[in-house]
Design a protein around this ligand. Structure first.
Ligand SMILES: NC(=O)C1=CN([C@@H]2O[C@H](COP(=O)(O)OP(=O)(O)OC[C@H]3O[C@@H](n4cnc5c(N)ncnc54)[C@H](O)[C@@H]3O)[C@@H](O)[C@H]2O)C=CC1
Ligand SMILES: O=C(O)[C@H]1O[C@H](OP(=O)(O)OP(=O)(O)OC[C@H]2O[C@@H](n3ccc(=O)[nH]c3=O)[C@H](O)[C@@H]2O)[C@H](O)[C@@H](O)[C@@H]1O
Length: 447
């Protein structure tokens, strides 16, 4: 039997990677996005965002790029999408609603409403976006109602667990594949799609719709909780004079706890963890189960308090006043190896300092363009050294490897004051102190 043909709807951080990965796995793929500039870039084999390895994968498969397999094409026609695909992956955004905790499902709803009327024969629509539990059942009914193929147009839910910065690797070699299916046909098709990772031994878990949806929000809630746990310990260390980095290392040697996701600092951000825990709380409330998730409110509060604590630490370092003081901020993205500034703790701290009167200059290896678009009134410098020139204090807010390689002595020559605050606990305090810097970090003792 011929391989299933695949479409990918929504070509952002998730969808662009998924489309390229599906072509890499050998499938014919057709992608669609509603943002024309994104489509133009992709059609030329360029990634619409910075993600390590993605550009190479696109150039290897996008039709029209010399030497490519030509397996990945793009269209703006829903009719063509419907006629082409056996399996349609929905990868559109599900942001937080304005002014409330709940998830904005309008992009998913619109995508399904655009696609379903063009499903004339057997088709599997596969939701990958992160959605509130109960969405899949509602969308399955909507597809059957709108699709000319009726019951032959099925839905499956296949949540995605990739991390930005590792998106290509995580998509090609996932640590597990979870599928929520309504019947055996969906499972069979998804086993074909994921034949290669399955042959490599990747666990394949088949569940009902609600369980598949909940696996995703539970996983992100657990990760967020782990980060807020260690940040709560950082708060205690700050009052008791302990060192949270040592504490994390020590508890992490217990296999049941582990070392991962115990990096204390200014906390989690990005387009997913913050909005996913809030949407989960909102959905639990709708289902009458809000008490079960009240701890997530605390997880969120601890996380936001860390950003405020960083601002206070900067104020203290500057003798109590921010007005007119020059602050260098190293890092703008929500994590290294990504250009994503959505709900970035680094940019949020930089913005708070700026709004309180400081002169803030930001440098980030890959996030400058996105940061400028979100916060045009901040100062931006073309290098770490330029950002630090004349600074009264330096804040390290995103742990790019480039910042660990900085020479503290050389930077000390251009800074107005040798004072650095590490918001990510990845710089070596001894190295900076040896070069004459006053070094302070969240959750660590001040010498
Ligand atoms: N970014 C990540 O690392 C991960 C994201 N997710 C989930 O995947 C979903 C997508 O996230 P991102 O890729 O980060 O968002 P994104 O905002 O980067 O990409 C979404 C894309 O969908 C497009 N779109 C919106 N409405 C559309 C429509 N009606 N038809 C076609 N395209 C449409 C947008 O133009 C955009 O390019 C979210 O639910 C997110 O929670 C899940 C795992 C990882
Ligand atoms: O649903 C999603 O979109 C994705 O969300 C996260 O992935 P991602 O947002 O790419 O980034 P993470 O590596 O999880 O980091 C999230 C935030 O937590 C922070 N973090 C992470 C780890 C840690 O120990 N401490 C810490 O503060 C990071 O700096 C970053 O701001 C999850 O790790 C993915 O599994 C999931 O698929």
């Amino acid at each position: 039997m011929a391989s299933p043909k695949i479409t990918v709807i929504g070509l952002g951080y998730l969808g662009a990677t998924h489309a390229a990965a599906m072509a890499e796995l050998g499938f014919e793929v057709l992608g669609l996005d509603v943002v024309p500039e994104k489509m133009r870039k992709l059609e030329q084999g360029h990634a619409p965002m910075f993600e390590p390895g993605l550009e190479e994968l696109l150039r290897a498969h996008v039709a029209g790029v010399p030497g490519s397999t030509g397996r990945l094409r793009f269209t703006d026609s829903w009719e063509e999408i419907g006629a082409f695909g056996d399996v349609h992956f929905v990868c559109v955004n599900t942001p937080q609603k304005h002014g409330e905790y709940g998830c904005d499902m309008s992009y998913v709803d619109r995508a399904v409403d655009s696609l379903a009327p063009h499903l004339h024969g057997p088709a599997l629509v596969v939701g990958k976006s992160t959605v509130p539990v109960g969405s899949a059942e509602r969308l399955a009914a909507r597809i059957t109602e709108l699709a000319p193929a009726g019951q032959d147009a099925e839905l499956a839910w296949n949540p995605e667990f990739l991390r930005e910065g590792f998106a290509v690797k995580d998509t090609l070699h996932p640590d597990r594949i979870v599928v929520g299916v309504g019947g055996p046909r969906g499972e069979g098709l998804l086993r074909e799609v994921y034949a290669r990772p399955l042959a490599e031994g990747t666990p394949f878990l088949v569940a009902d719709f609600p369980t598949a949806e909940l696996v995703k929000t539970a996983a992100n809630s657990f990760l967020a909780t782990k980060i807020s746990f260690i940040n709560a310990m950082a708060e205690v260390c700050e009052t008791a004079g302990g060192d949270v980095v040592k504490l994390a290392e020590a508890i992490g040697h217990d296999d049941r706890i582990g070392h991962k996701f115990l990096r204390a600092g200014i906390g989690f951000g990005g387009g997913c963890l913050p909005k996913d825990i809030r949407a989960f709380m909102a959905r639990a409330g709708e289902l009458g189960a809000s008490e079960a998730l009240t701890f997530l409110r605390e997880v969120d509060s601890i996380n936001m308090r860390r950003r405020a604590q960083m601002v206070e630490m900067a104020r203290e370092a500057l003798g109590g006043a921010l007005l007119g003081k020059r602050i260098a901020v190293l890092g703008a993205t929500f994590k290294p190896d990504s250009d994503d500034v959505r709900d970035s703790p680094a940019l949020n701290v930089a913005g708070q300092l700026h709004l309180q009167g400081a002169q803030v200059t930001v440098y980030d290896p890959k996030g400058m363009e996105n940061a400028r678009a979100v916060f045009p009134t901040l100062g931006y410098a073309p290098s770490a050294r330029d950002a630090v020139r004349g600074a009264d204090v330096v804040l390290h807010l995103t742990e790019w490897s480039e910042f660990r390689e900085l020479d503290p002595a050389a930077l000390g020559e251009v800074a107005a004051t040798r004072h650095i605050l590490d918001g990510r606990n990845t710089l070596d305090p001894a190295l900076w102190r040896k070069a004459g810097w006053t070094f302070r970090a969240l959750g660590r003792p001040t010498l």
